[in-house]
Design a protein around this ligand. Structure first.
Ligand SMILES: Cc1cc2nc3c(=O)[nH]c(=O)nc-3n(C[C@H](O)[C@H](O)[C@H](O)COP(=O)(O)O)c2cc1C
Length: 156
């Protein structure tokens, strides 16, 4: 079974990641969830671990996960996008995203920042950097009303 890592950061779609897990399961993916520390504080870690079928990881404890075939950053906050592009790895979630570049694993980013943050020059620069390193970057807030853009990206 193909393995998808879903890296969740702290923007409102994080609260609906259960439906993304369902859609990925329906499409034949084994799902491993990582959350930034702030996102983890918003989520029910135990319930989502059982739902995904693998332990949700949000800190640097040694936990076994199968190797990834795809990595999805959804939602990816302004903060996480900028830290990822800068190569900052001060959380397990950012470590996964940073390693995706070196591993060459297929990676999809779903940025999610309100217009006043998205207008900051660092945001566009970070998204362009990630794209130039092979990350597929979806339009900002493309996942506002459904996870379909993620599933379509994985099907391409
Ligand atoms: C209710 C609420 C909604 C938020 N929505 C967003 C958002 O849509 N996009 C965003 O970039 N940050 C949003 N934030 C701010 C982030 O949660 C904050 O910048 C946090 O430090 C992000 O950390 P992370 O990237 O490590 O998850 C929101 C915060 C709160 C409390």
């Amino acid at each position: 079974m193909k393995v998808a890592y879903v890296v969740v950061s702290a923007a409102p779609p994080a609260l609906h990641v259960g439906t993304l897990i369902d859609s990925l399961h329906d499409s034949g993916w084994n799902v491993c969830l990582a959350a930034t520390p702030t996102a983890a504080s918003w989520l029910d870690v135990g319930t989502l671990s059982r739902h995904a079928g693998n332990p949700l990881r949000h800190d640097f404890r040694a936990v076994e996960w199968p190797l990834a075939d795809a990595i999805i950053a959804a939602p990816a906050t302004f903060n996480t996008i900028n830290k990822w592009a800068a190569g900052i790895s001060d959380s397990f979630a950012l470590g996964v995203l940073n390693e995706s570049i070196g591993l060459g694993v297929r990676t999809v980013a779903c940025p999610y920042a309100k217009p006043t943050l998205a207008a900051h020059p660092a945001f566009g620069r970070s998204l362009r950097s990630l794209e130039s390193w092979g990350v597929e970057v979806l339009p900002n807030e493309a996942i506002r009303s459904s996870w379909t853009p993620v599933l379509e990206a994985l099907d391409r």
